[in-house]
Design a binder for this molecule. Structure first.
Ligand SMILES: *Cc1c(COP(=O)(O)O)cnc(C)c1O
Length: 404
C-alpha cells in the first residue's frame, strides 16, 4: 500500500504554489517530478566527486566511474537485461531511437519495409521516415481503432518477409493505451523482423522485462520515471549491438586511433562517444531505486484507482469526451469539451494552479484520426491524489462556464 502523505513529502515541488494556489501537477506524461532522494544524489555528485570517468587514475575519477557503472548495473537489473554492456546510456528516448535508426541505414535496402504504429510519438516516426528516405525502404503504418488501440489483424496482414523492422511504443503518451507488445514482438519475429519498443511512457508505470519480452531494442528516458532530463537508456540484444555501426565518433568509443585506421571500443563504449551525462546516469540509477522502494505493484494499483475516479468524475461534465478508451490503459486522460478549444481550457486551469498539457502531444497522426486539433491531457503519477482530481474537475467546470 502507498502512504501518499509520506510520498508527497519526498517531492519538494509539490509544495510550491502557482498563481497563488498549491500546485496540482498533472503533466506527468511529459515529465515526472523529482524526489529529494534523487536530488540529493545530484547535489552529492557535484559537491563531492565530480570528475570525468573511464580515463583518470585519480580517486575522484575512479569514484565517479564506479558510481556510473553501478548505475548501469541497476538499470540492467531493473529491465532484466542479460548483460550490463547491453545497456547503452543515451541522452533519452529520442537519442536511442535515432541511434538504432542510424544503425539500420547501413543494413536496409530498397524493397525492405519498416513498420510503425499509428499511436507513435513523433520521435518514433520522424527517424524512420528519414531512414526510409535514405535507404529506399518503405514505411508502413499499423492502424488504430476508435478506442485508441492498434488493430492487430491489420498488423498481421501488413507483415511479410519484406518487413525488416517494427517500432511500437509500449504505452501511448497521447492516449495511455497499453499496447499488446508481447504479441507484436512474437509476430514480428515470426517473419524475421527486428523490433524496437519505445518504453518512455511505460517505465513510470510498470517494470519491463526485456528477456521475457524477447525484444531486440527497448528505449526510455530517465525524466519520465523520477530521474533527471538529458539521460536515458537503450537496451539492445548483444548480437544486434555488435552488428550495428557506431552512431557518433569521438573519445570513449575507440580502442585505437591512427590516421590510417580507428578500431572501435567494445560494448557499451562503442555507442558512448564523448563525455556522457555522468551525474544524470548516476541519478537515473537513484530514480530506479526510488521507484522500486515504492514498488511497481503498489504504483499500478494506486494509479488504476486514480484513473477510475478521474474518468468517472470528468465524464459527469456535460459535453466532455475522452479519447483513448481502451480497457488496457494507464493513468492518462485525453479529453475535449464540445465547442471549446483545448488550449483555452489549459490556460484557465493553469490560472488555478493546475498543470495539464494541451495540444497534439507530439502525436499528430492520432489527432488527425479523431479529426481534432488536440486534446487536454491530464496524466497522473503515484504522488497525485483524488483531492487533486477534485480540484481539476471543479476547474474544468469553471472553464466550461467561462468559455461556453
Ligand atoms: C516522452 C516520450 C518520448 C520522447 O522522450 P525524450 O525524453 O523527449 O527523448 C518518446 N516516446 C514516448 C512514448 C514518450 O512519452
Amino acid at each position: 500500500m502507498i502512504d501518499i502523505q509520506q510520498i508527497r513529502k519526498d517531492f519538494p515541488i509539490l509544495h510550491r504554489t502557482v498563481n497563488g494556489k498549491l500546485l496540482v501537477y498533472f503533466d506527468n506524461a511529459a515529465t515526472s517530478q523529482t524526489p529529494k532522494q534523487v536530488i540529493d544524489v545530484i547535489v552529492d555528485y557535484y559537491s563531492n566527486y565530480n570528475a570525468n570517468i573511464h580515463r583518470g587514475v585519480h580517486t575522484l575519477s575512479q569514484e565517479a566511474t564506479d558510481k556510473y557503472e553501478q548505475a548501469r548495473q541497476k538499470i540492467q537489473k531493473h529491465f532484466n537485461a542479460a548483460q550490463a554492456h547491453e545497456i547503452i546510456f543515451t541522452s533519452g528516448t529520442t537519442h536511442g531511437i535515432n541511434l538504432v535508426a542510424h544503425g539500420f541505414s547501413s543494413i536496409l535496402k530498397k524493397g525492405d519495409e519498416v513498420m510503425v504504429s499509428a499511436l507513435e510519438h513523433h520521435s518514433n516516426i520522424v527517424p524512420w521516415q528519414m531512414l526510409c528516405e535514405k535507404t529506399g525502404a518503405q514505411l508502413k503504418v499499423i492502424p488504430m481503432n476508435d478506442e485508441g488501440e492498434l488493430i492487430l489483424s491489420s498488423f498481421e496482414e501488413l507483415l511479410s518477409e519484406n518487413t525488416k523492422l517494427v517500432f511500437v511504443n509500449h504505452i501511448s503518451n497521447a492516449l495511455g493505451t497499453i499496447n499488446p507488445i508481447e504479441i507484436i514482438i512474437e509476430k514480428a519475429h515470426a517473419v524475421g523482423a527486428a523490433i524496437l519498443i519505445d518504453g518512455a511512457q511505460a517505465c513510470p508505470h510498470l517494470k519491463a522485462d526485456v528477456q521475457a519480452l524477447d525484444v531486440d531494442f527497448y528505449v526510455t528516458s530517465a525524466h519520465k520515471m523520477c530521474g533527471p532530463t538529458g539521460v536515458g537508456m537503450l537496451y539492445g540484444k548483444e548480437a544486434w549491438l555488435q552488428k550495428l555501426p557506431p552512431y557518433q565518433g569521438g573519445g570513449e568509443m575507440i580502442a585505437t586511433v591512427t590516421f590510417e585506421k580507428t578500431t572501435y571500443a567494445d560494448l557499451p563504449h562503442k555507442f558512448e562517444a564523448g563525455t556522457p551525462n555522468i551525474c544524470g546516469g548516476i541519478a537515473f540509477g537513484a530514480a530506479i531505486d526510488y521507484m522500486n522502494s515504492i514498488g511497481f505493484d503498489n504504483i499500478a494499483a494506486y494509479e488504476a484507482d486514480l484513473l477510475e475516479y478521474a474518468t468517472e468524475k470528468l465524464l459527469e461534465i456535460d459535453g466532455l469526451k475522452i479519447y483513448g478508451t481502451s480497457k488496457n490503459k494507464t493513468s492518462v486522460i485525453s479529453f475535449n469539451i464540445e465547442g471549446i478549444h483545448p488550449y483555452d481550457i489549459g490556460t484557465i486551469v493553469d490560472k488555478l494552479g493546475i498543470a495539464v498539457r494541451t495540444g497534439h502531444h507530439c502525436a499528430q497522426p492520432i489527432m488527425d484520426y479523431y479529426k481534432i486539433p488536440g486534446t487536454v491531457r491530464a496524466s497522473f503519477a503515484f504522488y497525485n491524489t483524488k483531492a487533486e482530481i477534485d480540484i481539476l474537475v471543479e476547474a474544468v467546470k469553471r472553464a466550461k462556464m467561462m468559455l461556453s
